[in-house]
Design a protein around this ligand. Structure first.
Ligand code: NAD
Length: 370
């Protein structure tokens, strides 16, 4: 059956989201009054200059309306020179993990962006807050819900803002899917299928080390599927049943290779999710509604994501997710408002993650307790 194309213009012509998406597309998150009050870009100290920082975040500064790279923190001396040459960062704004706390007296830095292995997120968030800086911390927020709570408390005590790097919350197709779910345009959601997997390489990398990563595929890419289900329903999972399997017990000796889990939400919606570190090709969600469906495939990529509903395809220009995420956080800082991807939001994911691991361990269904 032919479905009419639901295109960008249709969307912009309808509903409150037009403003949201127009703002995203222009990289413009800032009201006229904010711009009048605060024209300077906020300075960011980037902590951990690995793959994500090098290939996504550093280039995103060129597209950011409100953030600039002001300082770097690295344990690798060669990177000090290459980053300083490439991005013009002065000697006084280059730190290592021992000198990190000296950021406290670096007035060019407003916020610290933590892009380190998962186990280091809590320590560096807390140290950054104590240094008087706002914190943007990559996902997963930490290795445990207890660490998440410590991070939230430290930022509250220092009166600093905390946001988690949930870039999909700044991706227009994701926002449109959430909006259609909320408005029940295609009826209420009945069931969701979501998953994200990739085939991981180097067996020696930190992602396969339990102490550094906290877990395997679930902690890394599984959280995208979890987030999608939480935001599509607008609810927190009540009960979770999970199962893990390993087809390579050597490579995945310390962390999970593949997990499927079932979440029951208070409204009765069921979501069945999967994640793996051992195959490619799973990168999607599909929400089945009373009168149709809303889906994305691919759903969680840096670019090239595609959305389709039972009414047809939905296409937006997709701006840089990292630039938008940083600009949105800068807006929260400038306007003294909480981030929609706050520490509390990161904690909710970790509560569900812990319930998934507990269900695997106990072979029972587990209630998610806040
Ligand atoms: P990476 O391995 O490429 O980089 C990690 C960096 O941390 C390196 O520069 C490394 O030198 C440094 N480091 C400091 N101490 C270390 C230690 N003890 N062991 C290993 N490395 C150490 O990793 P990455 O892909 O850049 O991921 C970093 C963080 O970003 C992770 O939390 C990951 O989940 C997150 N991430 C988020 C996204 C996203 O789309 N939001 C994508 C990729 C990674």
């Amino acid at each position: 059956m032919h479905q009419p194309n639901f295109n960008r213009r249709d969307f912009l012509n309808t509903s409150v989201s037009a403003g949201v998406v127009a703002g995203l597309a222009q990289g413009g998150y800032f009201s006229a009054s904010t711009q009048a009050n605060e024209n300077r870009k906020l300075g960011v100290a980037l902590v951990g200059l690995g793959s994500l920082s090098t290939n996504q975040i550093a280039p995103a500064f060129q597209k950011s309306a409100r953030c600039k790279l002001a300082a770097i923190v690295t344990g690798t001396p060669e990177k000090e020179k290459s980053w300083s040459d490439k991005y013009g960062i002065g000697r006084d704004h280059i730190y290592n993990y021992n000198s990190f706390d000296k950021l406290a007296s670096d007035d060019s830095v407003d916020l610290v962006y933590i892009v380190l292995p998962n186990s280091m997120h809590a320590e560096y968030t807390i140290r950054a807050a104590k240094a008087g800086k706002h914190v943007l911390c990559e996902k997963p927020m930490a290795n445990s819900a207890a660490d998440c709570r410590d991070m939230i408390s430290a930022c509250q005590a220092a009166n600093r803002k905390l946001a988690i790097g949930y870039r999909c919350q700044y991706e227009p197709h994701h926002l449109k899917c959430m909006e259609m779910s909320r408005s029940k345009e295609l009826g209420a959601i009945k069931m969701i299928e979501a998953g994200f997997a990739f085939k991981i390489g180097d067996p020696k990398q930190w992602r396969l080390n339990k102490k550094l990563a906290g877990g395997g595929a679930l902690m890394d890419v599984g959280v995208y599927a979890l987030q999608a289900c939480r935001h599509l329903t607008g609810e927190e999972p009540a009960v979770i049943t999970a199962q893990e399997t390993k087809t390579d017990a050597v490579k995945f000796a310390e962390v999970d290779e593949s997990i499927t889990w079932l979440m029951q939400f208070p409204s009765g919606v069921l979501a069945y999710c999967s994640t793996s570190y051992n195959f490619n090709g799973l990168n999607r969600f599909n929400a089945f509604t009373e009168n149709g469906f809303v889906r994305m495939d691919p759903a969680f990529s840096y670019s090239g994501n595609r959305m389709e509903t039972s009414k047809g395809k939905v296409e937006f220009d997709a701006p840089d997710q990292f630039a938008n995420e940083m600009d949105a956080f800068a807006k929260c800082i400038l306007e003294n408002k909480p981030s929609k991807v706050s520490g509390e939001e990161g904690l909710k994911d970790l509560l569900a993650v812990e319930a998934i691991y507990k269900s695997i361990e106990t072979r029972t269904s587990v209630k998610v307790v806040a």
